[in-house]
Write a protein that binds this ligand. Sequence first.
Ligand code: PAF
Length: 285
Amino acid sequence: MTENSNIKIVNEVKEMQALSNSLKKEGSLISFVPTMGALHEGHLSLMSTAKEKGDFLVVSIFVNPTQFGPNEDFNKYTRDLDGDIKKISDIGVDVVFFPEVDEIYPEGFETYIEVQQLQKPLCGEFRPGHFQGVATVVLKLFNIVKPDIAIFGEKDYQQLLIIKKMVRDLHLEIEIIGMPIIREGDGLALSSRNAYLSDEQRLQALALSNSLNNIKRMFNDGENNIGNLVEAGTSILNESSIKDIDYLEIRDGNTLEDQEEAKKGDIVAIAAKVGNARLIDNTKL
Ligand code: PAF
């Protein structure tokens, strides 16, 4: 364990578990924000809420290899512990859990978690194995940090549903809280991957939120034909020269099932590549 400002950095599983056990014995409520680092205002807002809700705030920073595909950005993903610690120094984070990869996946590791239906559509189709990696690492982190409350962003909407389902299905005694997407003033959803965008690509990327807003406006004006809504959203992406669209879909906001017609509470979700950045965004109808 090392100290950096007032924040303790814990690298080892056993040490984190021992600390959490003693906090629990004292009756402290542990709140937890799991991250992969490259922190931005979106993460900070999760942490501020977590601070209010618990007595002791743990943040994990771990770029989890099992949720990246072979041609994805695992190696390129920004790693800057000192920068991240500076960004969170005013929030009141008590511990940053910052393990090495082999601490989390020791040699011979072979146990994985799958939330079988929810992991299939949307990002599941384009990132095989991604949600298995997410669910596995999140369950591991829960077993290490032993939180009472864990907070996730709604930007990763499918991830949030999967984690809630896993918690329910496996009887974990953890309250999962989802927090709204934080956006730049012009609508771009905050993401660690925005750092990959050039100025020109950043402007192009605005088409994602514009497309979602347009679909929502049409729905509010009475359009519920999914084909029409998706076509209108897609043409906004195309006008901005975004051609590499993984999906733009409208699905049930709880089950992610396909719909005959759009209805209130459905989720509109987009994933598209802008330059080298694969961006996702969503809104609820
Ligand atoms: O949302 C993320 O940053 C990651 O998927 C998570 C939940 C920290 C698991 O690695």
